[in-house]
Design a protein around this ligand. Structure first.
Ligand SMILES: [Zn+2]
Ligand SMILES: [Zn+2]
Length: 207
């Protein structure tokens, strides 16, 4: 099993763990792990994600309050222009020291979590709880960052709110060519128009 400190996302918090009332400032950039989003909307592996905020030590764990800023790549859903934006997300999460201690102290809510349950719970419960390493020396921020990004990723990214999209006939970008239009209607309609003209001339032979 890999040690928590082997991950760049495992931040050292041993200095303040189990010492209520202390806080540790975080201000760093960490490489994005693989598998955040997809090729359409996501963060490329290795791109720097900024992590800033504070760990505050309370009686039963550490609270992280801060912000992730990730270079999200996306594609405009209307004109398919590639987009790349720093996407900032505020985040608050709880890292309990351990389930036994938490159960004894509070007796409710967070007490039922152990490390494995936390990882599952982080995905479908609103309470953002993440595990510390067994010796409370490290807080692994990777799952927290991953969950936060996936929740906040733009679903319908647009290059601008009033993007005009692409010409439905030739695919030209209508933002760059606002006056673009087609004088010639496409072949199916052209042959219908011919047919209509033919019918009309048959109906009205004098024309
Ligand atoms: Zn667009
Ligand atoms: Zn066109």
């Amino acid at each position: 099993m890999s040690r928590p400190e082997d991950s760049p996302w495992a931040l050292a918090v041993g200095r303040i763990a189990s010492r209520p009332g202390n806080s540790e400032t975080v201000d760093t950039e960490l490489p994005a792990p693989s598998g955040i989003g997809d090729q359409i909307v996501g963060v490329n592996e290795g791109d720097p994600v900024k992590v800033s905020g504070n760990f505050d030590s309370i009686v039963d764990g550490l609270i992280f309050t801060g912000r992730f800023t990730a270079p999200v790549h996306a594609e405009c859903v209307r004109c398919l222009t590639p987009l790349r934006r720093d996407w900032g997300m505020d985040v608050t999460a709880f890292f309990p020291y351990d389930s036994a201690k938490v159960t004894a102290k509070s007796g409710s809510g967070r007490g039922k979590h152990d490390e494995e349950i936390d990882i599952i719970a982080g995905e479908d419960e609103s309470e953002d709880t993440y595990p510390l390493s067994p010796d409370c020396g490290f807080a692994d921020m990777e799952n927290l960052m991953r969950d936060t990004l996936v929740e906040n990723m733009p679903l319908q990214p647009l290059c601008k709110p009033d993007c005009k999209g692409l010409c439905s006939q030739c695919g030209l970008n209508l933002n760059e060519n606002p006056d673009h239009h087609h004088d010639v209607i496409d072949n199916r309609f052209a042959s219908l128009a011919d047919f209509k003209a033919q019918l009309e001339s048959e109906e009205n032979p004098e024309q």
